[in-house]
Design a protein around this ligand. Sequence first.
Ligand SMILES: [Zn+2]
Length: 137
Amino acid sequence: MSETVDARPLPAPDPATAPYWAAACGHRLSLPRCEACGEFHFYPRPLCPHCGSPRLAWTDVSGKGTIYSLTVVQRAPSPAFADMVPYVVAIVALDEGPHLMSNIIGCPADAVRIGMPVRATFLDIGAEASLPLFEVA
Ligand SMILES: [Zn+2]
């Protein structure tokens, strides 16, 4: 499932995050995985935070997780978000281990709870960008 809007600021990929955003454009959630110890991590880093290896490979993950923490934004931080309030900013604990900050959509903001199972969905913005978001599973 995806939606298309044009108001939000576009991602600004750099060499460290370009694979993440490229995967998102294909509606895939991809994270760095260590080829030495097998652990995933996020945010992207040049060395595995678990074992220190530089042997990392971007690997698609399930997009499944649970809400670890959340806040409900009541006041838009810029006009681009004015139509969204109230909305949920959450830390999602992915089944593969890493935690990721995103929005929870498709559910009234005051009904979202810590511990809810969620799955990734993607919001297309502009012509060449897509945001990984989450919906209650
Ligand atoms: Zn490692």
